[in-house]
Ligand binder design. Structure first.
Ligand SMILES: Cc1cc2nc3c(=O)[nH]c(=O)nc-3n(C[C@H](O)[C@H](O)[C@H](O)COP(=O)(O)OP(=O)(O)OC[C@H]3O[C@@H](n4cnc5c(N)ncnc54)[C@H](O)[C@@H]3O)c2cc1C
Length: 399
């Protein structure tokens, strides 16, 4: 007897951690599954630390390690492939002409940035979601800082990405920066706790970041952004526009013949199985599931990470004749980076702000990195960096 084949599409917080968790089960030679992980990029991305790449606080190898490295000591087979559709009934994935059929299929391709039809948005606004986005943005900032004038940045979206990015950029640009955050809503971080909102508000004020709330963007050009506040249009000169507002479900997921929620996400049972295709599981940003109180589970790494535990367990259960478990979401809290060496953290009865929160956030994320080996490499680098900086300074002072 040979084990089942499990095909996981998307190697982010949902997919990669499902694959890694699957390797921890006590498989026998007879039931050990073949695990195939498909992802469009050749590296994983720990997106909560993407901001640190812009400021140079971290390097890409730390937050975006290649799958080959992460999966080297595991039986998981990684294949780089952009999937554009799947056959749910057959659990078949078409990968550039090659058909891969699984006994079980896991869909975990995450979300995309929503890009409404605003003139100039497509051409001139930067996104902030992938490693390539961060690298493009860093290069643009480098060019802008190479000039002599002020650097005017408009960030659209006052959710966590917009606010965290605004604080980081304000710190990085210093007195050369003029950073504003625009949002059509009346408040920042509307799904966050009062503590997080107040901490963020203080951090923005402290850094001189302008807030344009209850304001919509009507046009973007290569050097301006047009804002509409109470039907008054204001054309502001800008050097850089970053669009962080909204997450959408990829079109090919929305087009699948399955049950969807109004955002196009795949409706799943509490066991994360698709109601009409029990051998297909979905998790993370593409899955729609309510918690015990009927609240939709948020599109966060925290939720995807927790679902990966259940997905792996349920795949193990399904392939070994056990009963799958219902997913229970446990909200651990919130963490925000609010500039260089500044953060806010709340959860499990603890509220922290400032440099202590910054250190705690880093340690939590270090612990969340995908493999022990990678955690040790990154932890070692963090420990050694102050010494390396000190040695570099000493050497240059000697010259
Ligand atoms: C800048 C930023 C900061 C964030 N910060 C936080 C935070 O601090 N805390 C938090 O909880 N959440 C945060 N989030 C949200 C969090 O990253 C997502 O909710 C989480 O990653 C969702 O996990 P996922 O597995 O569904 O998708 P992802 O982690 O996005 O993984 C999807 C994977 O699928 C791959 N993929 C996509 N399409 C295809 C395709 N067609 N074929 C093959 N592969 C494909 C992608 O390359 C990716 O590797 C942040 C998001 C961003 C963008």
């Amino acid at each position: 007897m040979t084990g089942s084949r499990i095909v996981i599409v998307g190697g982010g917080f949902g997919g990669l951690y499902t694959a890694l968790n699957l390797c921890q089960f006590p498989w026998t030679e007879a039931n050990r599954p073949e695990i195939i992980l498909l992802n469009d990029a050749r590296h994983f991305l720990f997106s909560p630390l993407l901001y640190e790449l812009i400021t140079g606080e971290m390097q890409s190898w730390e937050i975006a390690p290649p799958y080959e490295e992460l999966l080297a000591d595991t039986p998981v087979r990684f294949q780089q492939a952009q999937v554009r559709g799947v056959d749910l009934a057959q659990r078949r994935v078409d990968v550039g002409g090659e058909q891969i059929t699984g006994d079980y299929l896991v869909l975990a391709v995450g979300g995309e940035t929503q890009r409404p039809a605003i003139p100039g948005l497509q051409e001139y606004a930067h996104e902030f979601r992938t490693l390539a986005d961060a690298e493009r943005l860093r290069e643009r900032l480098r060019l802008l800082l190479g000039g002599t004038g002020v650097v005017r940045v408009a960030i659209v979206g006052a959710g966590p990405s917009g606010i965290e990015l605004a604080c980081k950029l304000a710190d990085q640009l210093g007195n050369r920066g003029r950073v504003r955050v625009v949002d059509r809503g009346a408040e920042i971080l509307k799904t966050f706790s009062r503590f997080a909102r107040t901490s963020a508000q203080n951090a923005l004020e402290h850094r001189g970041v302008w807030l344009n709330l209850a304001t919509t963007v009507t046009e973007i050009t290569d050097n301006s952004i047009t804002l509409n506040y109470k039907d008054q249009l204001d054309i502001l000169p800008v050097d850089l526009v970053i669009w962080t507002a909204g997450t959408r479900t990829p079109d090919w997921i929305t087009a699948l013949p399955a049950q969807h929620d109004p955002q196009g996400r795949l409706v799943v049972r509490p066991t994360l199985q698709l109601p009409d295709y029990p051998q297909v599981l979905a998790l993370g940003d593409v899955a729609a599931l309510g918690d015990e109180n009927g609240q939709t589970i948020p599109r966060t790494a925290q939720a995807a990470f927790q679902q990966a535990d259940y997905t792996a367990w349920n795949l193990w259960a399904l392939t070994t004749g056990r009963s799958p478990l219902d997913f229970k979401y446990f909200h651990l809290g919130e963490m925000l980076t609010l500039g260089t060496e500044d953060a806010a953290l709340s959860g499990l009865g603890v509220q922290l702000q400032g440099s202590l929160a910054y250190v705690a956030r880093r340690l939590v994320y270090l612990w969340r990195l995908p493999t022990l080996k990678h955690r040790l490499q990154v932890g070692w680098h963090w420990m050694m960096t102050p010494w390396l900086d000190w040695v570099t300074t000493m050497v240059s002072n000697q010259r």
